[in-house]
Design a protein around this ligand. Structure first.
Ligand code: FAD
Length: 376
């Protein structure tokens, strides 16, 4: 009997991870089509790569924790690179009690800390004063750090190919083909038609546009976010914990001998395109934050470069994956929002399980079904 054919449209982290877990299963024939010559041309190559399991939505958090376990032991998922995470820990500052705190504390993964702890683990950082003292708002989350994004992408691509997936890069703007109420495949660069029984759309910020070509709506909000990198400061490159201030909407992590920062803005993007502008006002806010947060250097460190990228946000901050009941054979793997690297392996496994018709418990809670209105 011939194997079912599955096309994954989009080869960022979501598509790559889905293709990897599908190919490893062996039950289906997998083709991944990516418009660009590289997998990291868009959001996947533009992220801060922070592993943050301290996430409010419980399902998203569970996917993050699953990814964390796999990154810790890549061999458990047969990935061939053992160095996928730089484990520095994470300090989250939030005055209101976070919904994740009780869960992570119960698992022994987070604990409250105070000013003395911060002074010890991150002596270069000066947390600006706020109304509530640090020991009422600082949480130490051990399962934090920096994901080695380029290695993860390369390892997933190698693994998918080795397991039999075909990876087509520079495939152009692929279009999903529909006939008689079911997907039939995709059309790629040069008009070539690739037949398939199922298509998984993992097109990141472009997923909404793909949906519209099929006359469908996706509840996604496309936003931009920017990041900045300081000049080198000559201090030790050993990374202190990532510090994420939810109250001030700011994060800072070490990158070699520099600091990477973001002021966590959420800017709506009319439609995703290939332009990645830097907003001068945000650059000024980031420079001011660097002056406030980093002790010592006078004059303050300057920002050497900045970049921006898209984040596709779902209404409940949970990915959208699995089948779409409106069109037979159509699956989604999108809406990874600000968590795509943190969710990478968990999302790929869940997405593949849904395509294979054996959805895991987490996959079942991520489908489009949750947005269907209840009949009156
Ligand atoms: C500044 C910034 C900082 C971030 N920081 C973090 C962080 O610290 N931690 C974290 O976990 N996440 C972070 N994120 C979020 C993370 O980067 C994203 O959630 C993740 O990369 C999304 O991956 P994706 O595969 O869905 O999208 P993408 O990487 O954009 O991949 C989608 C792919 O689909 C392709 N495509 C689109 N349309 C078509 C088509 N018609 N045919 C063929 N191919 C197509 C595109 O070329 C693209 O390669 C950050 C994002 C930004 C912008």
């Amino acid at each position: 009997m011939s194997r079912r054919r599955v096309i994954v449209l989009g080869g960022g982290i979501a598509g790559l991870s889905t293709a990897y877990f599908l190919a490893r299963d062996g039950g289906v024939k997998v083709t991944l089509v990516e418009r660009e010559p590289r997998h990291d041309a868009h959001s996947t190559g533009r992220s801060a790569e922070i592993l943050r399991v301290a996430v409010d939505d419980p399902v998203t958090r569970a996917l993050a924790l699953e990814t964390d376990r796999s990154l810790e032991d890549p061999a458990s998922t047969s990935l061939d690179d053992g160095r996928l995470i730089e484990r520095s820990g994470l300090v989250v500052l939030r005055t209101a009690e976070p919904t994740w705190a009780e869960d992570l504390q119960r698992r022994g993964l987070s604990t409250r800390v105070g000013a003395a702890f911060l002074a010890q683990v991150a002596p270069e950082i000066e947390v600006p004063e706020r109304d509530s003292p640090l020991d009422r708002r600082a949480h130490w989350v051990e399962r934090g750090g920096r994901i080695q994004g380029a290695r993860l992408v390369a390892s997933l691509a190698r693994g998918a190919s080795a397991a039999g997936a075909t990876i087509l890069r520079s495939a152009g703007e692929a279009q999903v083909l529909e006939e008689r109420g079911a997907v039939r495949g995709v059309r790629v660069h040069g008009g070539q038609r690739l037949e398939a029984d199922q298509v998984v759309v993992a097109a990141g910020a472009w997923s909404g546009a793909v949906a519209r070509t099929l006359g469908l709506d996706l509840p996604l909000r496309t936003t931009r976010r920017q990041m900045f990198l300081t000049e080198p400061d000559g201090l030790s490159p050993t990374p202190p914990p990532v510090i994420w201030d939810d109250d001030a909407e700011f994060y800072i992590r070490r990158e070699g001998s520099r600091w990477a920062v973001s002021v966590c803005e959420v800017l709506d993007a009319a439609a995703p395109d290939h332009h990645y502008p830097i907003h001068p006002e945000l650059r000024a806010r980031a420079a001011e934050a660097v002056r406030m947060w980093i002790k010592g250097p006078r004059p303050p460190l300057t920002l050497e470069r900045g970049w921006s990228g898209f984040r596709d946000l779902s209404p409940d901050d949970r990915p959208i994956l699995g089948p779409d009941s409106r069109l037979a054979g159509l699956h989604w793997c999108c809406g990874l929002g600000g968590h795509g690297m943190t969710l990478s392996l968990g999302v790929g496994r869940a997405s593949a399980s849904a395509v294979l018709g054996r959805p895991t418990e987490l996959a079942a809670q991520c489908t489009m079904k949750r947005f269907e209105s209840v009949p009156a």
